[in-house]
Write a protein that binds this ligand. Sequence first.
Ligand SMILES: *[C@@H]1O[C@H](CO)[C@@H](O)[C@H](O)[C@H]1NC(C)=O
Ligand SMILES: *[C@@H]1O[C@H](CO)[C@@H](O)[C@H](O)[C@H]1NC(C)=O
Length: 419
Amino acid sequence: MFVKINVASFLFALFVGLVEGSNVIESIVEDHEHSIGTKWAVLVAGSSDWYNYRHQKGSLKDEHIIVFMYDDIAYNSENPRPGVIINKPHGPDVYKGVPKDYTGKYCNSQNFYGVILGNKSALTGGSGKVVNSGPNDYIFIYYADHGGPGIIEMPVEPSIYAKDLNEVLKKKHDSGTYKKMIFYMEACDSGSMFEGLLDKGLNIYVTTASKADENSFATYCSPKDYEDTCLGDLFSVSWLENSDLQDRRVETLKKQFRRIRKRVLNNGTEGSHMMEYGDLHIHEDALSKYMGSNSPEHTSSTNNYPSNSRHVNQRDVQLLYLISKFQNAPEGSVRKSEAYRKLSEVISEREHVDKSVKHIGQILFGVKNGPLVLNIVRPAGQPLVDDWDCLKSFVKIFESHCGSLTSYGKKHVRGFANV
Ligand SMILES: *[C@@H]1O[C@H](CO)[C@@H](O)[C@H](O)[C@H]1NC(C)=O
Ligand SMILES: *[C@@H]1O[C@H](CO)[C@@H](O)[C@H](O)[C@H]1NC(C)=O
């Protein structure tokens, strides 16, 4: 996922596991003709990335937008601009006017599934809005948050496992309640959510920020006034900015993919490989089919991606935040010692989880082979694991003995899968 963190605090919250997950479902009624169909978008953003989407809403109507967000950023005490969230340096407020359907503890996976399936009786709390779609409708789902192999987080436990997500999508397909669906996902290891799992023939096209075994990257890190955080995730800001810039009636999903791929790869350094899954022929569709028509701010002027913006591996954004807090606190102050304490705590938590997993691998496979076995990546086209129930119970047992995996520790889910 990206660093959608506009605000340090937001980030911080994210990392302490409070955060994120926002799902926005938007539906766009483009025309009253049933034959044309309604556009729905479900956006799940771990932080604020998705807020950007509002800039592109075009003809989308709020009553057709379903948003999941933890909603603790805008008024976070660390936000230098209370009530305002930006997702690029000097960017506009992307918080104002965004619908909030599922916030706080209601920003969870059960509600996410219920919303996608249009099943109101599966919901707890929230606005009750669901993707109440019909056979001619178009659905756009966008998710940005922390992930690991075969798993993505919601602000509130439990996390979403790849197998379950794909089952929900299949169920949605079997209910005959959409024509085509696209899913954009930003998370570390996001390819693993679909690799070898998403059936073809469901009329679903997926783009992920990274391969199955790769971090995704935060961008716009440490800009003025937000020194200790990053304002966006690289894949997310890339598609959002591209969608703002291009004429969405002409720009196809495929063109967008090709155009932003380079930026996301970032010359092979501090970048990731975007992936496509599912029914690839769908990428011939224009963006407007899913995202609505052009935003009022649309211009055809040339792009002005800041070339010098800093990128940070998603998993390290928390450290960036904590180190910067420490460095910026006055020498000898309470703030400095507090920042030091927090930083040490997080580093030792990370060491603890890394060591625990390594230890398990060594007990099972030997001192030398243990780490090798844990890190094996299955060939492309194969899912992370075959027995997902076994994987889930492994994670549960690990957590009951060794403590929470945390966002950082989710990178070890591949090791568990290999065990
Ligand atoms: C809707 O959700 C409820 C509660 O989880 C479940 O019992 C029911 O089977 C679901 N309905 C459909 C059509 O999936
Ligand atoms: C991209 O990488 C190549 C080879 O590593 C290097 O020569 C080139 O300068 C890089 N370009 C940028 C913009 O960093």
